[in-house]
Design a protein around this ligand. Structure first.
Ligand code: UTP
Length: 466
């Protein structure tokens, strides 16, 4: 096996790695060869050529405002009616069994610094339920409500797949039928030397591998034969969401319905940015195509630009939640519509440089939102931020477990008040007590009606669950 692989590496210009395999003791050489065989060498060669050895001069992109028909929230009667129609269209698609949900859980969660997959993070403000449990509960509630299969697909990475699957099994899939939950593993790509493009090793017999970014989802689904299976089951809509946002409602009928009404191939769920400086990707047009601009790519003067009404021109912040037609996902998976890769210069521990003080390696990543310009039609669907978006990114400060729990409690308090309950408030207007509503108990304020006594007064920590 090693001989053929060595020739392939030589042909790809990876002479250093080929030499390493040659000189290693047989057992280590075999292990390294196995790792090399597991990567897409043709893709790595292309990425090294395009992004490292002869990077093309970057043309300055022509950035313009996104054509997002804003539905003001809370809106007038026309907007409310459109939202109702969207909700009903989404409900019908769910009842018809056309939808699958895909949870992106392959990330490394570096900023949070939690020692396990992020989905295992305990987030429930009262129950300490993990992020995985909150999402699984939402899936279970949706299945019951619409009498549909609603396959629950989780994308993991090679680094966290075993632990994730063990955790789900230990918890009996949080009550979901085991065969209705599928995990699939995203691809890995090796880090390379920024000057030579040589593939780097983390140990003598191991490559320096990392996940290929959430944009790897389409190729990973194809490898796991998931898209064909969905086609056989006549499932033509995928809602993808991120593991770190427990406010997201899996298979949100309004979002799915808005995607359908817009005849879009790919839709993004957006919320209003809090300020020009907020580090959040925004909807824009780039060279005339709808696209998502990362905050780091949007020049400050554009981020601060306002319209005549004083609102931010680039107001539509992405939640990382998308709805896609399965046919479009298949085109992306088979390369008929090609996802670009990005270069990121990072510090990576390698055999030659175990504790780098500065970036010493190039990693390649694909981003899911890069599929937007490739779609024949797109929609950006706005939802109320405090109803749908409170991600756990950092250990402390903004977008941390503390701000996320606060948002969960605030939303639960609002829903209870809408259902006529009394929620004592502290001096800052926050609920005086921790409150948590399990998605199996209610997925919106309307679900609470008839489920709680109207004279309910919250007088201590409260967990509402079946
Ligand atoms: P982030 O880009 O926030 O990355 O991922 P992260 O891994 O959670 O955290 P940091 O940046 O290392 O601190 C957004 C979502 O995309 C998933 C993550 O699991 C999360 O749900 N993701 C990210 C993947 O599934 N695969 C990837 O390669 C990257």
């Amino acid at each position: 096996m090693s001989d053929q692989l060595i020739s392939e590496l030589e042909a790809a210009g990876q002479h250093r790695l080929a030499d390493s395999i040659r000189v290693l003791p047989q057992d280590q050489a075999d292990r390294l060869a196995l790792e090399v065989a597991s990567i897409d060498l043709a893709l790595v060669t292309r990425l090294v050529d395009e992004l490292v050895r002869t990077p093309a001069a970057q043309a300055t992109p022509d950035i313009g405002p996104a054509r997002v028909d804003r539905l003001p929230l809370p809106g007038g009667e026309a907007a409310a009616q459109h939202r109702r129609m969207a909700f009903e269209a989404g409900e019908q698609a769910l009842r018809d069994g056309r939808v699958a949900v895909v949870l992106l859980a392959g990330g490394q969660g570096t900023r949070l610094g939690f020692d396990h997959p992020k989905g295992m993070f305990p987030i429930g403000p009262v129950s300490n339920a993990t992020l995985f449990e909150v999402h699984a509960a939402g899936v279970g509630a949706t299945r019951r409500r619409y009498g549909c299969d609603l396959p629950f697909l989780l994308m993991t990475s090679r680094d966290n797949d075993d632990v994730t699957r063990d955790f789900l099994e230990q918890h009996l899939m949080f009550g979901l039928q085991p065969d209705s939950v599928t995990t699939f593993v995203q691809g890995m790509l090796p880090a390379v030397d920024p000057l030579t493009g040589d593939i780097l090793r983390a140990a003598p017999d191991r490559l320096a591998l990392s996940p290929d970014g959430h944009g790897g989802i389409f190729r990973a689904m194809e490898r796991a034969a998931i898209l064909g299976d969905l086609e056989e089951r006549r499932i033509d809509l995928l809602m993808t969401f991120q593991v770190d946002n427990p406010l997201m409602r899996p298979a949100d009928p309004e979002f799915i319905g808005a995607h359908l009404l817009a005849h879009a191939e790919m839709s993004t769920l957006v919320v209003a940015k809090r300020s020009a400086a907020e580090r959040m990707g925004v909807m824009a047009t780039v060279d005339g195509r709808p696209a998502l601009m990362e905050y780091s790519d949007l020049p400050d003067h554009l981020a601060a630009r306002t319209d005549d009404d004083g609102g931010l021109t680039y107001w539509a912040g992405s939640t990382g939640v998308h709805c896609l037609d399965r046919g479009f996902a298949t085109r992306l998976a088979t390369g008929q519509a090609a996802m670009p890769f990005h270069r990121a210069d990072k510090r990576v521990a390698t055999v030659d440089d175990p504790e780098p003080a500065a970036p010493n390696a190039v990693k390649f990543e694909a981003f899911m939102f890069d599929a937007l310009p490739l779609a024949s039609a797109t929609a950006a669907v706005e939802m109320a931020r405090d109803e749908r978006f409170a991600p756990v990114k950092n250990a402390e400060g903004a977008d941390s477990p503390a701000t996320c729990r606060e948002a969960m409690v605030a939303r639960a308090a609002r829903w209870l008040e809408q259902a006529e309950a009394t929620v004592p408030r502290d001096g800052d207007g926050a609920s005086a007590h921790a409150i948590e509503i399990d998605p199996r108990f209610a997925q919106d304020a309307a679900d609470l009606r008839g489920r709680i006594p109207s004279d309910l007064v919250v007088d201590g920590p409260l967990l509402l669950r079946d």
